[in-house]
Design a protein around this ligand. Structure first.
Ligand code: 6R9
Length: 586
């Protein structure tokens, strides 16, 4: 099939898109005006959670279902906007009672359960910083993040606590309080439910300002431990508008974001943007299953669905006939994020589900969707779309002496965004140097390689650094390699992303052994299981290959790009050039 443009085709039953004419919106648009559309707080205050729930109650949505939770064992719970408002008030009161101050970090390590949403909203109301931790992380990534965030309080479940936190609690001196969602008071832990019941559900409005810190999301780079990207309350200005424009959300919609709130998409578009837009959020606790997912779309009458290429590829694998067995007529809009969305997937959506998937591009650092195929524009399958109003994107080349050159349509370069949108990260926690490296003049440099065509559509080409995406999760080589280096047999190791039909990429490591150790299947299995126990299934390598020596630069850095080239059977090119390039990387 030739990949052609999919022209915008309004379905008969649907109303006009929220964003009708993007081009016309660009010139009159200003973020200052967008901010005035929020309720705000006295004396110029702003608070994400207040906008997400309390404001909706004031607007008459108090009895509307804000969150519909589908438990993995068939349980169902619903929370109205009024209930979420009062439960999050209780949580904020609890934080204050426990002596949590504004700006303190609160980590949440749970599966997809309503207590996560309540803790997030309550943390934001109290003016503390919400930091989600992915429940499939192993002890090692969790410890790194808890230490780096200096979290004073953790909300988790008893199983996760026992397996992953309790054994290393002595190494977490800042962690004063551990609240368990499913257990009574225990050794060094407290029952969240009991504590919440003792709190008042009344509370004065929050006292945060737009530039107060609100969210902390860890993200990986090539070097060093994960970086903590910090966002402020003003990010809600972007969450609200991008939810309206890129996801076409409107009050009364049933909306399902399949991303886990352990990652940025699950917070920006799994909690904040939908609630601020007054929709009913569907939260599914269970893991992916094609029939379960179609049943949810059908039975919950989902109108807007935000998912990821890996999941779409799994649905494609389950076959078009599986899809056709369900009534998906409520579905108005489908979007995707996190990895390249191949044209096949866009067309498959059209064929199997009756609508195309709309690709969107953004990052932990951008906090909200920047580039999208919106409902009001033609889709160019394979392209990430065009910048939303208020966003200026360009393809640039960094000048060695500082600043950037703007490149022409068709040229390949780094995707950059002109600074100034409200959900832009304000900081990498205690890592000013890495933060500064992300900017040149007034451009934020994304680390993604892309091109723009003459119609203004952006096309993803790859990452500039060695970070990879597996099933939509960003993994940095440092964390993986560091853990393997702790094994007594390992002399050196390098991680790459190996292309995979479903996950996009899988984590593969190359290992050179210390003298006295010989490659064997038993040792390979031992190393893989060693890494898996420490890193957890998402981050751990799926493949391991022994090598006698790993290619290195003159200064001794592993050249992952050569490992990648070898894996893909590509020519190794001019080694001296590669070495030089590697030496220049920040
Ligand atoms: C939201 C999120 C960001 C990186 C980004 C890029 C990749 C995201 C994409 C995409 C191709 C898309 N990425 N969207 N690549 N097409 N539509 O995923 O944040 O986890 O920080 O990852 O993901 O490489 O730089 P994060």
């Amino acid at each position: 099939m030739a990949w052609t443009t999919i022209h915008k085709q309004p379905l008969p039953s649907e109303s006009t898109p929220n964003l009708i004419d993007e081009e016309a919106m660009r010139t009159p648009f200003s973020w200052e005006t967008a901010r005035t559309e929020l309720a705000g707080l006295p004396e110029g205050g702003l608070n994400i959670a207040y906008e997400a729930v309390d404001r909706q109650v004031q607007n008459g949505l108090g009895e509307t279902i804000a969150l519909r939770w589908l438990g993995k064992n068939g349980e169902r719970r619903e929370y109205s906007y009024a209930e979420l408002a009062s439960l999050s008030d209780r949580f904020a009161n609890l934080l204050e009672r426990l002596g949590i101050d504004k700006g303190d970090r609160i980590c949440v390590l749970t599966g997809r359960i309503p207590e996560l949403h309540i803790s997030a909203l309550g943390t934001l109301k109290a003016g503390a910083i919400f930091c989600p931790l992915f429940s499939a992380f192993g002890p090692e990534p969790l410890r790194t993040r808890l230490v780096k965030s200096r979290a004073r309080l953790l909300v988790t479940t008893s199983a996760l606590y026992q397996r992953k936190i309790q054994p290393q609690r002595a190494q977490l001196p800042d962690l004063e309080h551990v609240l368990l969602v499913d257990s009574s008071d225990g050794d060094g832990t407290h029952s969240l439910r009991a504590l919440l019941e003792a709190e008042s559900s009344q509370r004065p409005p929050p006292t945060t300002l737009p530039e107060d810190r609100a969210l902390l999301h860890f993200t990986s780079g090539t070097t060093g431990t994960p970086k903590g990207a910090v966002h402020v309350h003003d990010a809600v200005t972007a969450h609200r508008l991008t939810g309206r424009w890129a996801l076409d959300l409107r009050p009364g919609d049933i909306y399902w974001c399949t991303a886990d709130p352990g990652w940025v998409t699950g917070v920006s578009y799994g909690i904040i943007a939908p609630l601020v837009n007054g929709v009913t959020l569907v939260v599914d606790e269970a893991e992916f299953n094609a029939r379960r997912w179609y049943s949810i779309l059908e039975q919950e009458k989902v109108n807007v669905w935000y998912t990821a290429p890996t999941a779409i590829r799994m649905l494609m694998k389950a076959g078009i006939d599986t899809a056709r067995g369900y009534d998906l007529s409520a579905l108005r809009f489908m979007a995707s994020v996190g990895e390249p969305l191949n044209p096949e997937a866009v067309f498959w959506g059209l064929e199997a589900l009756g609508r195309p998937f709309h690709d969107t591009w953004w990052q932990t650092e951008t906090g909200a969707i920047m580039i999208a195929n919106t409902r009001s524009q033609d889709i160019h399958p394979g392209s990430m779309g065009r910048p939303l109003p208020g966003i200026e994107a360009a393809i640039v080349r960094r000048r060695p002496e500082g600043g950037v050159d703007l490149l022409e349509p068709g040229e390949e370069g780094e995707l950059a965004l002109r600074v100034g949108w409200p959900s832009m990260f304000r900081d990498y926690l205690e890592d000013e140097a890495h933060y500064r490296q992300c900017f040149a003049a007034d451009w934020y440099l994304s680390g993604d390689l892309a091109t723009r065509d003459s119609d203004g559509y952006f096309w993803f080409l790859g990452r500039i650094d060695d970070v990879i995406k597996t099933s939509g999760h960003l993994i940095g080589p440092f964390e993986v390699e560091n853990v393997l280096m702790e094994h007594p047999a390992v002399a050196e190791t390098g991680m790459i992303g190996k292309p995979d039909e479903f996950a996009g990429q899988i984590v593969k490591v190359f290992v050179a052994l210390k003298s006295g150790y010989a490659p064997s299947d038993a040792l390979r299995r031992e190393l893989l299981s060693f890494a898996r126990t420490r890193l957890g299934p998402t981050v751990a390598p799926r493949e391991l290959e022994f090598m006698s020596d790993l290619p290195k630069t003159r200064s001794g850095k592993i050249m992952r790009r050569l490992l990648r080239a070898q894996e893909l059977g590509q020519s190794l090119g001019d080694l001296s050039t590669l070495e030089n390039q590697e030496e220049q990387e920040p």
